[in-house]
Design a protein around this ligand. Structure first.
Ligand SMILES: Cc1cc2nc3c(=O)[nH]c(=O)nc-3n(C[C@H](O)[C@H](O)[C@H](O)COP(=O)(O)O)c2cc1C
Length: 98
């Protein structure tokens, strides 16, 4: 990602783009795997892909056809309830029964 200011706004924009990209993969029957871990190997990734040094590596997304027989692909992370991650103002009950 190009860096503007402290990079926080750009990182937020890219996160939203990435989420939509992941959803679009799912809608097409494909799978995607975001990995911030790649940031620890940014120089290696830059060299391999020919990415200039002024671009920061926020994360990478591997994507393609998921191997449904691979044990890792049957693992499901739990999710906390929306009530624990969303703060609602002036719309009581909107998260009830969801
Ligand atoms: C932006 C982003 C970066 C991630 N980076 C890593 C990572 O470096 N290593 C890792 O083990 N999981 C990472 N994860 C988590 C997994 O990619 C994956 O989202 C998690 O296992 C939950 O999978 P699910 O959404 O299919 O349930 C990351 C998730 C996101 C959203």
């Amino acid at each position: 990602m190009p860096v503007f200011g402290d990079g926080v706004r750009g990182a937020g924009d890219i996160g939203m783009y990435a989420q939509n990209f992941l959803l679009s993969l799912t809608a097409r029957g494909l799978g995607g795997l975001p990995m911030t871990m790649l940031g620890f190997y940014a120089d290696t990734v830059r060299e391999f892909l020919g990415v200039p040094e002024d671009l920061k590596l926020l994360f990478g997304i591997s994507f393609g056809t998921a191997d449904q027989t691979a044990p890792a692909n049957s693992f499901r992370m739990g999710r906390i309830p929306l009530q624990q991650s969303v703060v609602v103002h002036d719309t009581p009950g909107i998260l009830d029964a969801r």
